[in-house]
Ligand binder design. Structure first.
Ligand SMILES: [Zn+2]
Length: 150
C-alpha cells in the first residue's frame, strides 16, 4: 500500500509482515521512517532503496524487524520502528553520511538523532548495493548527531 509520494508499506516491512497484515502493515511503520526516506529522495533527487524484496531482491530487514529475527541486534532500533537502512541510487554511503553530518539541522527536524559509523556499514551487502546508511530516531540527551558503532 502506498504510504507517501515515493514509498509503499513493502519498502519498510519484511515480507512476513506484509503477508500477514496486508494494508495494516502500516501499523509497523513510523513517521520517521517514511519522512527520512522522503527527505533523502528530495535532497539527492535520486531513488532511495530500503527493502527490495517486493522486486525480487533479498533485502527485507532494513526497516521494521520482527522481534525474533536473528538479523542485527537483540534490541535494535529497527525492532522499535525507529530506524531505516538506505541506499540512494548513484550516491555513495559516504556522501550521504557527510550530508547528514554537515546538515544535521535539516535531518533533526524530521526526528533523526543517530547514525551508525560509516566504517561499519560499508561494503557488507552481498549484492549490487555496496554498503548502506543506518539512521534512527532514538531519544538522546544531546543536541548534536549521535554516531554509534553497531
Ligand atoms: Zn540499521
Amino acid at each position: 500500500m502506498k504510504v507517501s509520494k515515493h514509498f509503499f508499506t513493502e519498502d519498510f516491512v519484511p515480507k512476513i509482515i506484509q503477508q500477514q497484515f496486508g494494508d495494516k502493515a502500516i501499523w509497523f511503520i513510523s513517521p520517521f521512517m517514511v519522512n527520512h526516506a522522503e527527505l533523502l529522495w528530495t535532497r539527492f533527487g535520486k531513488q532511495v532503496i530500503i527493502n527490495n524484496w517486493k522486486d525480487g531482491g533479498n533485502l527485507q530487514n532494513r526497516g521494521f524487524r520482527i522481534p525474533d529475527t536473528l538479523v542485527g541486534g537483540n534490541l535494535s532500533q529497527h525492532k522499535l520502528k525507529s530506524a531505516i537502512d538506505t541506499n540512494v541510487v548513484g550516491i555513495t554511503p559516504e556522501e550521504v553520511y557527510n550530508d547528514i553530518k554537515i546538515n544535521f539541522g535539516v535531518y533533526s527536524k524530521i526526528g533523526l538523532t543517530t547514525v551508525e559509523d560509516i566504517a561499519f556499514t560499508t561494503g557488507k551487502v552481498s549484492n549490487d548495493l555496496s554498503g548502506w546508511n543506518h539512521a534512527d530516531c532514538r531519544t538522546t540527551n544531546i543536541n548534536t548527531l549521535l554516531i554509534v558503532k553497531p
